[in-house]
Write a protein that binds this ligand. Structure first.
Ligand code: S3P
Length: 175
C-alpha cells in the first residue's frame, strides 16, 4: 500500500532529526534528513556551503533534494528550517506528505543552540534576538503549510514522538 510521507518542518533546533529518526523506527518507515542529503550531494558541510557559495546556492541544492524526497513514500522526512522559504518546496512535499510542524519557543531554541556553530544563519553576537526575530518572521509560514502542529517546547524526544503518533493515528482513523 502506498503510504504518505510524514514531513517534519520547524525552526532550527526543534528536534526534526532526532524526533524524525525515533518516529520512523516506531512506525517502520524509512528516514531521510534533508540537511544530510544536501551535505552528501555537495560533499561539503552546510557551514562550508554557506561560507563558500552563499545562501542562494544552498537553497538551490536544498530544492533539488526536496524534489527527490517528494517522490518517496512511507518515509519520515526531516527538512531544514528554511525549507518554507520556497513555496515550491512545500507544494512538492505536500503532494505526497502530511506536514507536521514542530513548534518550539525561542527560549528552548536558544537553550538547544546556544553553543552550536553548525547553523550559519545564527552565527551572530546576540543569538537570542536573532532566533526570536527569525522565528517571528517564519512562524506564519510554518503554520500555513502544516497539517498538524505539535508543541515541542516541553517534553522528551519520546514524549514528543508519542504525541505525534497519537494525533497522526486519530487522523488516520477519521479519514
Ligand atoms: C536553516 C536550517 C538548517 C540548515 C541551514 C539553514 C534555516 O537546518 O538547513 O543551516 O535556514 O533555518 P536545521 O533546521 O535542521 O537546523
Amino acid at each position: 500500500m502506498k503510504n504518505k510521507n510524514l514531513v517534519l518542518i520547524g525552526f532550527m533546533g526543534c528536534g526534526k532529526t532526532t524526533v524524525g529518526r525515533n518516529l520512523s523506527g516506531l512506525i517502520k518507515y524509512d528516514f531521510f534528513d534533508c540537511d544530510s542529503l544536501i551535505e552528501q550531494k555537495s560533499n561539503m558541510s552546510i557551514s562550508n556551503i554557506f561560507n563558500e557559495f552563499g545562501e542562494s546556492y544552498f537553497r538551490n541544492i536544498e530544492h533539488e533534494v526536496i524534489k527527490e524526497v517528494s517522490d518517496l513514500e512511507s518515509s519520515v522526512i526531516a527538512t531544514g528550517g528554511g525549507v518554507i522559504k520556497n513555496p515550491q518546496n512545500m507544494s512538492l512535499l505536500k503532494m505526497n506528505g502530511i506536514v507536521i510542524y514542530l513548534k518550539n519557543s525561542p527560549e528552548k531554541t536558544f537553550k538547544n543552540l546556544e553553543h552550536d556553530n553548525t547553523r550559519p544563519i545564527l552565527q551572530e553576537d546576540d543569538k537570542f534576538t536573532k532566533i526570536s526575530l527569525l522565528m517571528e518572521e517564519r512562524e506564519p509560514f510554518y503554520i500555513k503549510y502544516s497539517d498538524i502542529i505539535i508543541d515541542v517546547s516541553e517534553g522528551s524526544v519520546n514524549e514528543i514522538t508519542e504525541k505525534i503518533l497519537k494525533i497522526y493515528s486519530k487522523r488516520a482513523q477519521s479519514s
